[in-house]
Design a protein around this ligand. Structure first.
Ligand code: GLA
Length: 383
């Protein structure tokens, strides 16, 4: 769905010249499930994105939204009590409620949106929708919200619908910078842009095309497990504020932790460390090491944090027979979606093809692959 199609569709449903917003999806190179544990992450915005055309309607209370991809329309009444919406509608309703709770003044408007970010692939199509929609309203109603504030409102909207996500996706969607990954400290939101100069290598995503049920409940369960462990560790050593203040010596004395919670904490500690190692490896073009870090991260996500699934494990295992792959891991929340692979340019197509063929043979699921380029975050486009 490109911007011309969205503008044309807007013109066929509504009048006036709309504001156009481009909101990208994101990848995450490393640092998974660390964001809500006040740790480190390394995401980037990508060239798969959503366009939203939005304009005030002159009506006081009515918000009309059309999803071009789903060919669905909905009317939301500002100030009305909530209804049991699902899919994209629930995000829009949650955003409107969140803005109302923050006393933002707004009036009726229309929106048409469409995207080429695959849904359920772990590329944050929901963060693109929420951040894009709020950014558009920010433009229409001159609220002058910062990128961080928009990211936080988008996160709060996800919490309203029961997904207790961290801030990584929204932050990346808002702050993305072309050809750079963002090393973000999720404790104080300080960040550094690291140039992604992969030389003879590319990042390739392979979509397992699996999306397990119960993703949200499993995700929330991991969060609860970490919070429980943190509380218990704070009783041991009150100076601990977040999991990143925990060291390996603390864990050696932590036989009061449930073994499952202990594994989760160990993963978070190691994953935070891996983000810092990745940062050094990238700056010094040590790609072999970068690949190794991806494999280590996957092992931890699969065995310690237990958010992988057989299909993602298979996708990663298949790469180990391939000379051209330096490293791979599952990406995002888990239980399905994509793997991210660091692959040598020469033989890239054949390598990915072989992995995909074997995956299909063994699972009967047809995977997809995407070469992604790293792009800027949300943009308002003046036509
Ligand atoms: C999802 C969440 C993020 C983050 C990742 C796992 O994408 O939205 O906040 O927790 O999972 O790293």
């Amino acid at each position: 769905m490109n911007k011309h199609q969205i503008l044309a569709e807007y013109a066929s449903y509504f009048t006036g010249t709309p504001l156009l917003v481009n909101a990208p999806g994101r990848i995450n190179l490393i640092g998974e499930h660390t964001d809500y544990n006040h740790g480190f992450v390394m995401p980037a915005a990508i060239d798969k994105s959503m366009f939203l055309a939005m304009n005030k309607s002159g009506k006081p209370n009515t918000v009309k939204v059309r999803s071009s991809d789903y060919d669905q329309d909905e009317t939301f009444n500002l100030g009305a009590s909530s209804r049991p919406f699902n899919s994209w509608r629930s995000y829009i309703q949650a955003i409107l409620q969140e803005l109302e709770a923050r006393s933002k003044s707004l009036s009726g408007f229309n929106c048409v949106f469409g995207s080429d970010i695959p849904v359920g692939a772990g590329m944050s199509s929901s963060a693109a929708l929420c951040c894009g929609f709020i950014s558009g309203m920010n433009g229409l109603f001159n609220w002058e919200l910062s990128k961080l504030e928009i990211a936080q409102i988008a996160q709060a909207a996800e919490h309203r619908i029961g997904a207790h996500v961290g801030l990584m996706d929204q932050f990346a969607v808002m702050h993305g910078k072309k050809d750079h990954v963002i090393q973000l400290d999720c404790l104080d939101h300080s960040y550094e842009y690291i140039p992604l100069e992969l030389k003879d290598h590319s990042l390739v995503l392979i979509n397992s095309n699996v999306k397990h049920e119960l993703v949200d409940s499993e995700y929330n369960d991991r969060r609860v497990s970490c919070e429980k462990a943190l509380n218990q560790l704070q009783q041991l050593r009150p100076e601990i504020n977040t999991l990143r203040d925990v060291n390996m010596a603390d864990l050696q004395n932590a036989d009061f932790l449930h073994p499952t919670d202990l594994k989760r904490v160990q993963f978070v500690l190691h994953e935070n460390h891996r983000v810092k190692q990745m940062s050094k490896a990238l700056k010094q073009s040590r790609f072999q090491e970068a690949g190794e870090l991806l494999y280590q991260s996957h092992w931890g996500l699969s065995q310690e944090y237990q958010v992988s699934c057989p299909e993602l494990d298979l996708l990663v295992d298949l790469t180990k027979q391939e000379q051209g792959v330096l490293g791979a891991r599952m990406m995002g929340g888990g239980f399905g979606g994509c793997s991210i692979n660091l692959v040598r340019h020469d033989e890239l197509d054949n390598t990915i093809l072989r992995i995909m063929e074997q995956y299909e043979q063994q699972t009967n699921i047809t995977p997809e692959s995407y070469m992604v380029s790293i792009e800027d975050g949300v943009k308002l486009i003046e036509e």
